[in-house]
Design a protein around this ligand. Structure first.
Ligand code: BGC
Length: 893
């Protein structure tokens, strides 16, 4: 299979591919038709930002600043200055020094600051989701924000809620929080809040449909795949977490590499102008994923606001200094192709976002370099001749973040099985430990660039979503610290061992890795295309052989996503199984404290572990159509993960949300109330009118050509650096065309430069019609730890799932997660706590494709809100018609 591995190469990887890319244009590549019913209708023009009350002040400051900018200055802040050019981060914008607007630093990634030092390597998104602990997720966001600020990064390129986890083999699911829109939405929003409260701008990514890594990008021979998503599925599943993120105030959004319904996500007017900016009322700005821009004017018209890292893919390397924007955008504005108001809007959105998070006051400049670990290095690494200077100041930003990192790692650990209460172990039990995954990579904890190998403990997946470990607390060191008698076999092939004595216990570590398509690891091109959902390095055999020898086996799994456990899960000696997900730097004590009962497991699966991968529909397998455009059609619609299995009556091995504790929890005294105390209407109250935008007040006259001329003095031009200026002749020529209006740009179908007066009925600022977030029902439940013995205290999680009334006109999944809550403290035997679960109007609505609105199908009907500790262990139901609850029920699925 031919795989083009681009993305954001760290260092010089990917050079050859980009060289290839410079020889052809994707525009001439044939493609299969997009299947019927999947459309990306034209949506123009791009709606102005600046119509939300809570952004008003920032927009007012921004319009003042932008009104003083020349055309070249406005253009300069809408793009990066080029891969490896000036700037120390993975993306670096141009600046407007004359007006005090700095170069902005954009840096990966979702679990920590990438490619630097003295940072924390937090647990990955998937681990964070598995905690089902909102407060803890928020605290991780706070810590991440502090670290990005401390390093001088204006942007946190995260969180990732797309990939959402539709495909179990998908390479980047682990960067997000789990295969459910609500889990992604809540965890994404809490992360955004935590990060942005530190004045760092979060970048919610990737909009949308980047559910597989293979064929994700355009290359000279092939278009990126098209994610074909119908309108209802888009709203109820994939857009849902983006809506929540916009509501939480996300400052920026990154578009995906792929097409959506046949139109590239970076220039898809339906997606950017329609869904995101008009319906969800997004006030921040949209940036491309790295090198995903495929056109200049079309992208601007379709709603793109920032090009990253600024280069075209075709000429990115060897950095010949080509851009779809920068000088080309200046030219397009001067010659009248891109309307001045669009450029005003782009620039103002960016500047307003900078103000919105207070970055005009005391935001530190970057003090690290993503390109080198050396103190000094080239200031323009991509230039032929570059002056050198200090690029790394090694600022330690870790603070006490290891505490929250460890807590996330620990609260995520999911106990799948614990036969006869085998765990916790005694520290005096002789332990025989197997598997290289128990120890740190012997060649060095950061020996593989961007974690592009799975050697030693798997603490994170690979690619731009990885970070350097400052240190790694590996499980074997922690076991040795705590247990009296540990024998370690650092091998994945079962060694010859002495015949164990009675009571001996084996702990077997196995793993499954995945990552970004930039790298291929053990034949896996990002997605787990080679390994499938099978433990790597013959992990199944290691467990089986250990189980044949020892009478007690504990399996610990570090994994990016579901693995099939059938080869060994029912073996009588496999007593306990823990999924520790991707723990980051705190992999050791977080685990062993649970093994030895210093705390109780409280993680829950953020995806389903099926009996067989074949239990999922074919449409969520990896797809590839070499030499044509791959069509990735979401024919399963809203039925992914547990929704699909439940609909088809297929029992998983371990259901979404499953997770055992050493404590025994019961749920009782459930109550439900309608908030406020009046029946819901079928349609939400009308959306508020769209307010006027201050962008409309900015000057739209054609800028003078002189505004685009290269400065006559003070600029030492660097070859291949991306500048917004034009040579005088070019600027004059473009201006003349603009004045005379003689060459008309071939505008896309449906294009109009006039702002729309008609607005989406479901729309509003910050996520859509605010009424969608009105509280609808509140459920409370008492959770009690009924243990009477000496078992350790444990935190309990309550999950609330909605079941729509029978007989409605929409097909809905048997149950859908809508909220969750975790006890603030661990409950000892006999202790209780009350947990509160809230459902909004949107939670009891479906997306009506005809009315283009969220509809409560039967407001007076019987919605059941099921509560329990797993999607297949729901034994309490509260009903919206009678406002009563029942306990001790048979679970609905
Ligand atoms: C990834 C993004 C990342 C960017 C910058 C791309 O390859 O898809 O998630 O933020 O590179 O490194």
């Amino acid at each position: 299979m031919v795989v083009f591995a681009m993305g954001c190469p760290s260092g010089l990887r990917g050079l050859s591919l980009a060289l290839l890319a410079s020889t052809a244009s994707a525009a001439v590549i044939p493609r299969d038709p997009i299947p019927d019913g999947f459309v990306a209708p034209p949506y123009y023009p791009s709606p102005y930002g600046g119509w939300a009350d809570d952004w008003a002040e920032s927009y007012s400051k921004a319009t003042k600043l932008v009104s003083q900018m020349t055309v070249a200055e406005k253009v300069n802040i809408t793009a990066g200055t080029g891969l490896f050019m000036v700037g120390r981060c993975v993306g670096n914008t141009g600046s407007v020094p004359r007006l005090g607007f700095p170069q902005l630093c954009l840096q990966d990634g979702p679990l920590g600051i990438r490619s630097t030092d003295n940072n924390t390597a937090f647990p990955a998104g998937i681990t964070t989701g598995a905690t089902f602990n909102k407060e803890l997720i928020y605290q991780r966001g706070v810590a991440l924000g502090e670290e990005f600020r401390g390093k001088g990064a204006n942007f946190y390129l995260g969180p990732s809620v797309g990939a959402l986890g539709r495909k179990p083999r998908g390479g980047r699911n682990w960067e997000g929080f789990g295969s459910d829109p609500v889990l992604q939405a809540i965890a994404g929003a809490e992360t955004i809040k935590g990060v942005q409260e530190q004045g760092v701008i979060a970048t919610l990514k990737h909009l949308i449909g980047n559910e597989q890594e293979l064929y994700r990008m355009y290359n000279p021979f092939q278009r990126a795949y098209s994610a074909n998503i119908d309108d209802r599925t888009m709203h109820e599943v994939y857009l849902w977490p983006f809506a929540e993120g916009v509501r939480a105030g996300a400052g920026s959004i990154m578009s995906a590499y792929n097409d959506v319904n046949g139109s590239a996500a970076s220039q898809n007017s339906y997606l950017l102008n329609g869904l995101l900016k008009d319906e969800l009322g997004f006030q921040g700005f949209v940036m491309t994923d790295w090198l995903s821009q495929i056109s200049g004017v079309a992208a601007a018209l379709a709603g793109l606001d920032m090009s990253m890292p600024g280069d075209t893919i075709g000429n990115a390397i060897p950095l010949t200094g080509h851009s779809h924007w920068m000088y080309e955008l200046t030219r397009s504005v001067l010659n009248g192709s891109v309307p001045v108001d669009r450029l005003n809007d782009m620039a103002t959105r960016i500047v307003a976002t900078w103000y919105q998070f207070g970055q005009d006051k005391d935001f530190p400049p970057p003090n690290f370099s993503t390109n080198t670990a050396d103190r000094e290095g080239p200031l323009y690494p991509g230039a032929l001749f570059s002056p050198s200077g200090v690029v790394n100041e090694y600022v330690n930003v870790q603070g006490d973040h290891k505490v929250v990192a460890k807590q996330v790692a620990q609260e995520a650990i999911t106990l799948l099985k614990n036969d006869g209460g085998f765990l916790p172990l005694s520290t005096s039990t002789p332990l025989f430990v197997f598997g290289t995954d128990a120890q740190a990579d012997p060649r060095g904890i950061n020996s593989c660039v961007d974690k592009s190998c799975n050697r030693g403990l798997l603490g994170m997946g690979w690619g731009s979503g990885s970070a350097n470990y400052p240190y790694l607390d590996d499980p074997i060191s922690s076991l040795r610290r705590k247990a009296a008698n540990v024998t370690y076999y650092a091998t994945n092939s079962f060694p010859s061992v002495q015949t164990p004595g009675g009571g001996d216990t084996a702990i077997v570590f196995i793993s499954s890795d995945g990552g970004e398509n930039t790298y291929t690891v053990e034949g896996n091109h990002g997605d787990r295309d080679a390994s499938g959902l099978v433990a790597w390095y013959n992990g199944d055999e290691l467990v089986q052989k250990a189980a044949a020898k020892y009478s007690n086996v504990v399996v610990v799994v570090h994994t990016v996503g579901p693995i099939v456990v059938e080869p060994w899960i029912d073996l009588p000696s496999v007593k306990a199984v823990l999924v520790a997900h991707l723990p980051g730097q705190e992999a050791g004590d977080s685990l062993t404290e649970l093994l030895f009962g210093e705390a109780s497991p409280s993680g829950h699966l953020p995806y389903t572990i099926p009996v067989s991968e074949k239990d999922f529909p074919d449409s969520v397998g990896l797809v590839a159509t070499p030499l044509s455009q791959t069509q990735d059609t979401y024919s399963e619609g809203i039925y992914i993960d547990y929704r699909y299995l439940n609909k088809h009556g297929i029992k998983p091995r371990f259901a979404f949300g499953h997770g055992l504790s050493y404590a025994s929890f019961t749920f009782s005294n459930a109550t439900i109330k309608r908030v406020p105390n009046a029946p819901l209407s079928e349609e939400p109250p009308a959306r508020p009118p769209k307010l006027a935008s201050p962008i409309a007040g900015l000057d739209v006259s054609l800028p003078d050509a002189t505004e685009a001329y290269y400065p006559e003095s003070g600029l030492d031009r660097i070859w291949r650096y991306l500048y917004p200026w034009l040579d005088k002749g070019d600027a004059d020529k473009a201006y003349t065309i603009g004045v005379e209006g003689r060459e008309k740009y071939p505008y896309p179908e449906g294009y109009s430069p006039e702002q729309r007066t008609e607005v989406p009925v479901a729309g509003g600022t910050n996520g859509g019609n605010p009424a969608l977030w009105d509280a609808a029902y509140e459920v409370t439940v008492t959770v009690t730890n009924t243990n009477t013995g000496k078992a350790p205290a444990g935190k309990a999680v309550a999950q609330a799932y909605v079941q729509f009334p029978a007989g409605i006109a929409w097909d809905t999944p048997p149950v859908q997660l809508r909220d969750f809550a975790k006890t603030g403290k661990a409950l000892g035997g006999g202790e209780s706590a009350q947990l509160r679960l809230s459902l909004t109007r949107r939670d009891v609505s479906v997306w009506d494709v005809v009315r283009q609105n969220w509809i409560v199908p039967n407001p007076r009907g019987r919605y059941a809100i099921w509560v329990g500790d797993a999607s297949d262990n729901l034994r309490v139901a509260c009903y919206t018609d009678t406002l009563t609850c029942e306990e001790g029920l048979e679970p609905p699925v």
